[in-house]
Write a protein that binds this ligand. Structure first.
Ligand SMILES: [Zn+2]
Length: 181
């Protein structure tokens, strides 16, 4: 597990760096050439499994999950952000579950990375799950698209316990995805 976490932590710090003072060019059109650009409605999710642990990482345009892309100002926005972060920490937005296994959420983290110049913001969330038994052969149900209507597409990068890594994505009418761990 150590290797995986280090690698992910490294890529995370890289992406933080990339979206730092670099002008966050916002792409409403499809464009992946610019670092830090995002497309509203499109999310990225990585899932790495090792024995009884899952490392989960989610990157999303803030607009797609909380409806605005700046630091919360009004009472309503502050409340919305708090509800969102509390829900990630408590139950991962009620959107990631295993069919017959209940895992403990360790080290949940949620960040709102705001681009002060460009008035766009990215949500970064991660968590480590510790489960009571081996996850080999288990299935994770992701229901994010049922909860957040602004999500149009989610790209998944999955590193299962013993099988080779694979990619999946959900868009259009598909609201739930079952991922083999
Ligand atoms: Zn944006």
């Amino acid at each position: 597990m150590k290797k995986i976490v280090c690698f992910l932590a490294f890529s995370f710090s890289l992406s933080l760096f990339a979206s730092g003072d670099h002008g966050h060019k916002h792409g409403h059109e499809k464009s992946s050439s610019s670092l830090g650009a995002h497309v509203h409605g499109e999310l990225e999710c990585s899932i790495a499994v090792d024995q009884k642990e899952i490392y989960l990482q989610l990157k999303a345009p803030a607009q797609s999950l909380i409806g605005f892309e700046y630091r919360p100002k009004t009472e309503e926005e502050k409340k919305k952000w708090k509800t969102f972060t509390d829900s990630w920490k408590k139950n991962l937005l009620n959107s990631f579950s295993m069919t017959d296994i209940k895992c403990e959420i360790l080290k949940p983290l949620v960040l709102l990375n705001v681009d002060e110049k460009g008035s766009h913001a990215q949500i970064y969330a991660e968590a480590l799950l510790r489960c009571p038994k081996s996850l080999q052969g288990k299935t994770m149900n992701v229901t994010l698209r049922q909860k957040f209507e602004a999500i149009k597409k989610i790209d998944f990068d999955v590193l299962p316990a013993t099988k080779p890594p694979y990619k999946r994505s959900i868009s259009k009418d598909l609201k739930t995805l079952e991922l083999e761990l």
